[in-house]
Design a protein around this ligand. Sequence first.
Ligand code: CP3
Length: 355
Amino acid sequence: MLPLFSKQTIWYSSEMEKNSLFLDACNGRNTKRPPIWFMRQAGRYLPEYQALRSKHTFVEMIHTPELAHEVTLQPIKRYGFDAAILYSDILVIAEPFDIYFDFIEGKGPQLRNYHDDIHDLMNKLTASPDFDVFSYVYETIRELKLSLKSTPLLGFSGSPFTVACYLIEKQSSKTFGTIKSLIEESPDLVHKLLKILTDTTIQHLKNQINSGVNAVQIFDTWGSILEGDLYHSFSLNYIQQIIKAIKPLNIPIIVYSKNTQQRINDLISLNPTVLSVDWNSSLAKIAKDYPALCLQGNLNPHILHDSKEEALLQAKTICNEMKNSQRFIFNLGHGILPKTPLSHVEAVVNYVKSL
Ligand code: CP3
């Protein structure tokens, strides 16, 4: 049997955060209603975001503490979500090695200075990382902590494999075939790359925590493209190393994993504080098997986009199924879609808050 989470830990870092539904749920102490926040809640569906975004690129916005601060707060001000998430991106993690992504409208992330091949990329990554380049991130966190009052702030990172998919492909892809071939041809090289990303991620998360975030989420969007043992050795293994290194800092660790409904036991073996799943997994079933685990999810963002009525129905089903759990955080199963109508978001937030 996999480990269940016996030890109760108190993660409240200040008097005000003692009133946090979100931290209560992480801690198994939520008695009133499920806390709610949405992945990508600060984003293009908000007119106030669009207004700023029309004047700046995404890269400028995340690198400018005043703008990142304002954008992080936008969904909190409009909807009163129970947690804020730092406005940044998982792909900034290579910046200490002078590797930058641009984000092209309609295309997604694109590596700025293309490496010729994996050896060229590895050369860049073997330099010693300069974490000072992240001072804009840590300054944003410190400023946010002053503004957010009782609302907790989440920091985050990508899983090393998910970040490596973009670094090796140099852009978005539906299949990430390049990294899969490379795993076959040069597995040691890929391990070396993942180890560097893991160590950098651990340091970045520690720095975020020391700057004031109240919880961290690790986004594992692409681990599911790996099969069998490859999934364990190239994806799970590195998430495990991050969790082990961060656990002693004693704040909730959320693992979000997409398309991994067949791998729930593996994910639970990582011993995260919270497991966040997409809509292909049944929260009720996981909760039945692992009652001591806090779960987060899992409304389908496509339904939220398409139909208010359907989204409300599904939100009700999810909340009903989870109504006896003290360890449940309402969220989407993946990031909110850019054209989601505000009225749909409002309806779901109001419903969850009325419970
Ligand atoms: O949840 C949040 O709002 C926190 C900030 C955050 C962003 N991206 C902001 C963002 C977080 C946690 C991420 C995670 C992220 N970024 C992941 C993992 C989760 C997932 O969505 O699968 C991945 C794979 C990325 C890489 C990335 N960044 C892609 C593929 C894209 C393009 C897709 C898109 O929506 O345009 C981005 C850009 C991005 N990251 C935007 C935002 C708000 C859109 C920026 C804009 O044009 O204004």
